[in-house]
Design a protein around this ligand. Structure first.
Ligand code: SF4
Ligand code: SF4
Length: 448
């Protein structure tokens, strides 16, 4: 395995130019974050993370306070859920998530007092074990969209890790929440990184930022200048630069073996807002209960970066931002990897970072024509897959061929669909192909 070693490395690497250039449309990037007032209710689904769902720890009609534990599980992989408001638990019922699933949720009506619960205390952290233990009570998950519990991601053998990557690429068009975190809260970003390096012994951290964010690059370089372990790595703005395997390869030159993890090749990768939340939690003890969303799209009268309480219904956010009635398309997340919404009474969950609404001039479902074998989908795939072959194998439900084509490695970035002149449903097929392969693997395990 290539090691970066302890010496200086280039702050910019000439990277392999797979992926695509797409219009950034980040018109809200230079607007200060605004704060949305308390919503009429917050809906807290019990699964807002990778791992086992939580179980409600409160009852109907119970008074709760800000930062109070609302959902918990004793499972090995999970992440506790905390109240963003003080108020009364009105009901515990099934709600839909923005991704179409449904689950039990605790619905709280705010009382407007925002009384903080007595359990919110600055954690005492003296070593790596106590850092991991503290983060178990922070509610912090991967805020780039993955939702993997932060404590679980770092709870690994760190003796072979030489680089802690911090992902500030934010390559999705429209979204600028990570950018705002870097320019508004560079202090907590660096506090989080320093705490992680201090307690883990990992020798180096690189904050990876696309070169279309010069203000964030400059600011973080200046503020990190007194710590030789931390530097900013500038990447060309090219989608999907922020995908974990892509950023790893472009920064360190390493590739993750199939079925492996970044830790197998000496690296950890945390989203920059996740790192900032770690810094904030260690400073205050307040668990993660708020999220910044980029709210944009041609149906939105007042586009902005908006801080909202986790659990806020997206219908109330759209109304607050002046969404025109009856938007043609509403997406949670970015336009490339986000999820189109079929209903609007769904809550914001911890890992959401964008809310887009488009009106009459918005996107239309493209007309699909026959593949012209131009190979653009293959040429631009950042993982070097053959999306059209995966699509054909999926149509035939040929799992052996899907395995051969390594469909499981797809990061669902949507680049293949974006470049396809025939508008083949390539990313949809790779998504379904991955699910099919996972189901096959589960079946095979059951037979053994
Ligand atoms: S096959 Fe997957 S990784 Fe490759 S371009 Fe398509 S969506 Fe992205
Ligand atoms: S980009 Fe579209 S048209 Fe070209 S080979 Fe791929 S699927 Fe066919």
């Amino acid at each position: 395995m290539e090691r970066l070693g302890g010496g200086a490395i280039s702050r910019r690497r000439s990277v392999e130019l797979k992926g695509i250039h797409i219009p950034h449309n980040k018109a809200t990037a230079e607007q200060e974050t605004t704060v949305m007032p308390l919503p009429s209710k917050v809906m807290l689904p019990m699964q807002q993370h990778v791992g086992a769902p939580c179980v409600p720890q409160v009852k109907r009609r119970q008074q709760v306070e800000v930062g109070q534990l609302i959902g918990h599980s004793d499972a090995r992989l999970t992440c506790d859920i905390y109240s963003p408001v003080s108020g009364i638990v009105r009901e515990i019922r099934q709600v839909h998530y923005s991704n179409g699933w449904s689950d039990e949720a605790v619905v709280i009506e705010p009382d407007g007092e925002q009384t903080v619960h007595e359990s919110v205390q600055k954690p005492e952290v003296t070593d790596f074990a106590s850092l991991v233990e503290a983060l178990k009570h922070s509610g912090i998950v991967g805020l780039g969209g993955a939702g993997f519990p932060a404590w679980a991601k770092m709870n690994t053998d760190l003796s072979t890790i030489d680089t802690w990557l911090v992902n500030g690429a934010e390559c999705e068009p429209y979204l600028s929440t990570d950018y705002r975190e870097m320019v508004e809260h560079a202090d907590t970003v660096l506090e989080g990184i320093k705490a992680c390096l201090d307690f883990s012994g990992v020798p180096r951290s690189l904050i990876c930022i696309e070169d279309n964010k010069p203000r964030a690059i400059e600011l973080l370089r200046q503020m990190a200048a007194d710590d030789p372990r931390i530097d900013v790595f500038e990447l060309p703005a090219r989608y999907p630069q922020g995908a974990s395997r892509v950023i790893l390869r472009n920064v360190t030159g390493r590739s993750v073996p199939r079925g492996g993890h970044l830790t197998d090749v000496g690296a950890l990768l945390f989203n920059v807002t996740t790192m900032s939340e770690i810094g904030r939690y260690l400073r205050t003890g307040m668990p993660l209960t708020k999220r910044r969303l980029t709210v944009m799209g041609d149906a939105i009268a007042r586009p902005q970066n908006l801080e909202v309480y986790v659990g806020t219904p997206i219908s109330e956010i759209l109304e607050y931002c002046g969404c025109a009635p009856g938007p043609r398309k509403v997406i949670i997340g970015g336009p490339m990897m986000g999820t189109t919404q079929v209903e609007l009474d769904v809550p914001v969950v911890r890992q959401n970072c964008g809310l887009l609404a488009f009106g009459v001039n918005g996107p239309v479902v493209p007309r699909q024509t026959a593949c012209i074998k131009c190979s653009r989908c293959i040429d631009h795939c950042p993982i070097r897959l053959s999306p059209i072959e995966i699509h054909k194998a999926y149509i035939n439900r040929d799992t052996a061929r899907l395995d051969e084509l390594m469909a499981d490695l797809c990061v669902e970035c949507g680049t293949c669909s974006y470049v396809c002149p025939s508008k083949q449903p390539l990313v949809q097929s790779t998504h379904l192909a991955r699910a099919l392969l996972r189901a096959e693997q589960r079946k095979a395990k059951g037979r053994r």
